[in-house]
Ligand binder design. Structure first.
Ligand code: FES
Length: 101
């Protein structure tokens, strides 16, 4: 498992994710009111980028069929998605947000 840099902590806007591609994994990192959270950026229903979706109240809505996921836990909250998203630990090191993959 390796820590990957995302961006400087002060460059994040709340509810606006930053996306990092690591090999075949695409990770979206969100700043919420209580910290940073990293989830898979790919919807578990079909293929859509959650970073293109609508984010509010700690949830992100898929832009394709409007499934909703909890950003903190990755839990699929609404159909048509039934599979939870992968989540990744985050930390802030020297002012830089990182996630571990
Ligand atoms: S692709 Fe995300 S809900 Fe269908």
């Amino acid at each position: 498992m390796t820590w990957h840099d995302v961006a400087r902590e002060d460059s994040f806007e709340e509810d606006v994710p930053k996306v990092v591609q690591v090999g075949e994994d695409r990770v979206a990192v969100f700043r919420l009111e209580d910290g940073f959270y990293a989830i898979s950026d790919i919807c578990t229903h079909e293929y859509a980028l959650l970073s293109d979706g609508f984010c509010e109240d700690g949830k992100v809505e898929c832009p394709l069929h409007q499934a909703c996921f909890d950003i903190r836990s990755g839990k699929a909250l609404d159909e048509p998605a039934e599979i939870d998203l992968a989540t990744y630990p985050t930390r802030v090191e020297g002012g830089v947000v990182q996630f571990r993959l």
